[in-house]
Write a protein that binds this ligand. Structure first.
Ligand SMILES: [Zn+2]
Length: 337
């Protein structure tokens, strides 16, 4: 299910290429050349494997920002990692085993959890944290919620649990900026674990504006995650009316990687919005055989058109969890094919 080991895949491909070059030679005529080619090929293959290992190590050591779209079935949960610090944008539904997924990735502490709006497929997973936090297996520094006015069991349950676990709660809206450090608002001073001068992740909240009185999907907290000049747009379940208004507020909005709104619903993802954002990669977080028919076929066609390559459009129902690395100077690095 996991699609990591990103650069190792490239290294293996290089090795195969060299092996096939060598096999194309005639043993009788090119025996001497073959001898040296064999050694050069072995050396290059070793170099490829070595550089792949170095690169994989660099990613897991946190040199960069890692963004993982977790396979939570029908729902959304995006894990962010920078310099060994973790944060979570949405939690998936309460039945997806999020705590086990986090534990398997070595996550013992979340600087913050942001629940984009009060629907079960985005906030229900927060209820799973109760036992893990109370037993000390997991620490949650802060809970961010949006100004969703919808009053229902999910919002009530999440807020009640945060209070019981003594997790501070803040409401965020357009204009707020979050960092990855201790749940504090972004100060621009950099993460204390980052090397001096290294890029620092920041999460700009773009939607909803304060005081709009929006509810449910329309009130989704939309954020642009920025690192080293690259952008990841997190849209939760924003609807098409919200997309239009967001572009009025942020006319120059664009991103390298897009979380496709509302699991690929046809009620979101207008061509105007998608072509404006113009991502290189897109991820649809969606459950297999879900009752809503997500993602809509026309949306998948629009995404293939806008991204320009249907293989750069990922789906968690088919691909499992999908991880991207944002690396200074290298851009957004996609999972191995
Ligand atoms: Zn949803």
């Amino acid at each position: 299910m996991m699609r990591e080991g990103i650069t190792l895949g490239v290294g293996m491909a290089d090795k195969k290429a060299w092996v096939s070059v060598y096999r194309g030679m005639s043993d009788s005529f090119f025996s001497v050349v073959g001898f040296w080619l064999r050694r050069i090929a072995a050396f290059l293959a070793l170099c490829a494997v070595f550089s792949a290992c170095m690169y994989a190590e660099e990613g897991s050591d946190g040199a960069g920002l890692r963004v993982s779209f977790l396979d939570v079935g029908q729902g959304l949960a995006v894990l962010l990692e920078e310099n060994g610090r973790y944060a979570l944008y949405d939690t998936g539904p309460d039945s997806a085993g999020l705590v086990d997924t986090l534990a398997s990735r070595g996550v013992r502490e979340l600087e913050w959890v942001l629940v984009s709006h009060a629907h079960r497929d985005h906030g229900g997973g927060f209820m799973e944290f109760a036992r893990a936090v109370e037993s000390g297996a997991l620490r949650v520094g802060r809970l961010y919620v949006g100004p969703d006015t919808y009053v229902g069991i999910v919002r009530d349950s999440v807020l009640r649990l945060a209070s019981r676990l003594k997790v501070p709660v803040d409401t965020v809206a357009r204009g707020d900026v979050l960092g990855m450090r201790g749940g504090d608002a972004y100060s621009g001073g950099g993460s204390d674990a980052a090397a001096p001068g290294a890029p620092v992740a920041r999460l700009d909240v773009l939607w909803p504006p304060k005081g709009e009185g929006l509810a449910e999907n329309a009130a989704s907290v939309v954020a642009l995650l920025e690192y080293a000049g690259y952008g990841v747009l997190l849209t939760a379940d924003l609807d098409s009316a919200g997309e239009r208004r967001l572009l009025e507020y942020s006319p120059s909005l664009r991103a390298d990687l897009l979380q496709v709104a509302h699991h690929g619903s046809a009620g979101s993802n207008t061509i105007a919005f998608l072509s404006k954002v113009a991502p290189r990669y897109a991820v649809v977080s969606v459950g297999a055989k879900n009752a809503y028919g997500h993602p809509a076929a026309p949306v998948m066609r629009k995404l293939a058109y806008v991204v320009g390559d249907s293989s750069a459009v990922y789906r968690t129902d088919r691909d499992g969890s999908v991880t991207f690395d944002l690396v200074e100077g290298a851009g957004v690095i996609s999972p191995a094919p």
